[in-house]
Design a protein. Structure first.
Length: 251
């Protein structure tokens, strides 16, 4: 008689220690399976940072395995206080809800969750970190220190791209040039005043540095009534070789 050895393999398909059930902003609970590890990366893209006036905008993105899904991003970092002053963090992905903070040791903290069932997009800016730069010269990756990243609450790799970013003399303010925007913040109805000239150009850029508006102005003040999405924009005034930039907040 032949003996038959039976091997029973029980697979518990209903239990995974890496499942997060999260309800965000009143949305239904969504089962989220995390497979995050050190091959997944939070990228601080100094190489493609945008410099407008005295603002430096460093994009933050993720590089993950295509089969992974990400519904939460957290990171923290310190920065060189001699070169940079922290301004804010702006979330650009519409499906994300982010909370930035800065503690007593000047460490920047950011946490976010998805407000929809959409997974975070791979290899595209999700947020921008805004700094005011305080001195001319170079801002390098070593000026961002103690960088940590988490995806779905799990520690992952971090990367600061590029080596150094060269910046010129910072524009501290525009008071000597009589360049003003009011009201600011606004809902798209605002006035630009430039008392030094009545012959200049106005260019507007969005948070990604893309030009969204341009006009040659022939008067010292110009009222704008624009249909703009809420967010941060940059109004750039050019007169000959002189270029002045101010931040505009649309609510």
């Amino acid at each position: 008689m032949k003996k038959i050895l039976l091997v029973l393999v029980i697979i518990n398909a209903g239990i995974n220690p890496l499942v997060r059930n999260t309800a965000v902003a009143g949305n239904p609970v969504i089962n989220r399976t995390d497979t995050i590890n050190t091959r997944d990366t939070v990228v601080f893209d100094l190489k493609n940072a945008v410099v407008i006036g005295s603002d430096i905008m460093i994009p933050v993105s993720i590089l993950i395995n295509p089969i992974d899904t990400v519904f939460a991003l957290d990171f923290s970092l310190k920065y060189n206080l001699a070169k940079l002053a922290y301004d804010s963090i702006v979330t650009v992905a519409s499906y994300m809800q982010g909370t930035p903070n800065q503690d007593a040791s000047y460490r920047i903290l950011y946490t976010s969750l998805s407000v929809t069932s959409q997974s975070y997009t791979n290899d595209t800016p999700l947020v921008y970190i805004y700094f005011d730069w305080l001195t001319s010269g170079q801002i390098c990756n070593i000026d961002l220190d103690s960088v940590k990243g988490y995806l779905n609450g799990t520690a992952c790799s971090v990367k600061v791209t590029g080596s150094c970013l060269t910046v010129g003399v910072p524009v501290v303010d525009n008071k000597d040039n009589f360049f003003d925007i009011f009201p600011n913040p606004s809902q798209g109805d605002f006035t630009v005043i430039y008392k030094n000239s009545d012959n200049y150009s106005i260019k507007m850029k969005n948070i990604l540095g893309k030009e969204i508006y341009f006009e040659e102005v022939r008067q010292s003040s110009r009222r704008f009534q624009l249909n703009l999405l809420p967010g941060i924009y940059f109004v750039q005034l050019s007169e000959g070789e002189k270029v002045l930039t101010q931040k505009l907040v649309i609510e």
